[in-house]
Design a protein. Structure first.
Length: 217
C-alpha cells in the first residue's frame, strides 16, 4: 500500500494555477537546486504574494513532492493501464516505453529534479515516492512474465529484465537535448524497438516493424 501523505489528491489539472506553480518550481529547483530556492523567491517569480503560494502548498517540501510526483506518481498512474490495453504483450510494452520516453521530453525539469533532489524529502514522503516506483517496477516485471507464459517473450528472469528496461528508458533523462540529432519521438520509437527485440525470440517481432530471426540479427 502506498504511504502517500497526499493520498486522495488528484494530480494538478493541466493549465491550472497549481500545475503552473509546479512547473515553475520544477524549473527553479533544476536551475538553482532545491536548497537554493525559497518560497519567497518562488512567489516572486510567480508574481504572487508568499501567502498566496502557501494557499496552494503548505511548505516548500510539499511543492518539491508534487514536482517529483509529476514523474513518480502521475506518470505511473497514467501509463500503467497501457499494459492492460489491447494488443499483444510486445505491442503493449512498446506503447509503455514510448509513453515513458515522451514523458521525459515533455517534463524535462521535473525529471531532472526527481533524479537529483529525491533525498531532500522527509522519510515519509520519500517512501511515498518509492512505493510508486516499486509498483511500476513490479507491474512491468509481471507483464514480462505474462508474456513469457503466453509464449511471446523469451526471458529467464522477468524481474531483472524489468529493472534493466527501466534503467534503459530512464537514460534519456540525463542526456536528451531537444536540439540534438533525434527528436524525442524518434528516440521513443527506437527504444521501443530495442526493448521488444531483446525480449522476443527466436522470431523477433517489433510492433509496427519487420520480423527478424536470430540468424538475421
Amino acid at each position: 500500500m502506498n504511504a502517500d501523505p497526499s493520498q486522495g489528491e488528484r494530480p494538478a489539472r493541466a493549465g491550472s494555477r497549481k500545475s503552473e506553480l509546479i512547473a515553475l518550481a520544477s524549473r527553479m529547483f533544476r536551475e538553482h537546486g532545491y536548497h537554493g530556492v525559497g518560497m519567497r523567491a518562488l512567489a516572486d517569480a510567480a508574481g504572487m504574494q508568499a501567502a498566496s503560494l502557501y494557499h496552494h502548498f503548505r511548505s516548500k517540501e510539499e511543492l518539491l513532492l508534487h514536482t517529483i510526483y509529476v514523474v513518480d506518481r502521475d506518470m505511473v498512474v497514467e501509463q500503467m493501464p497501457l499494459l492492460d490495453g489491447p494488443g499483444s504483450h510486445a505491442e503493449r510494452l512498446a506503447a509503455l516505453v514510448r509513453a515513458h520516453i515522451t514523458h521525459i521530453g515533455a517534463n524535462r525539469d521535473a525529471w531532472l529534479v526527481a533524479g537529483r533532489e529525491l533525498r531532500a524529502l522527509s522519510p515519509e514522503r520519500l517512501e511515498a515516492v518509492q512505493s510508486y516506483r516499486r509498483d511500476y517496477q513490479r507491474r512491468i516485471a509481471r507483464h514480462i512474465a505474462e508474456g513469457v507464459e503466453a509464449g511471446e517473450f523469451d526471458c529467464p528472469d522477468p524481474r531483472l529484465a524489468g529493472l534493466a528496461i527501466l534503467d534503459l528508458i530512464n537514460g534519456p533523462n540525463e542526456w536528451f537535448d531537444p536540439a540534438g540529432r533525434l527528436t524525442i519521438d524518434e528516440i521513443a520509437d527506437r527504444y521501443a524497438d530495442m526493448v521488444v527485440r531483446q525480449l522476443t525470440a527466436p522470431a523477433r517481432t517489433v510492433p509496427g516493424g519487420p520480423t527478424t530471426r536470430d540468424e538475421d540479427a
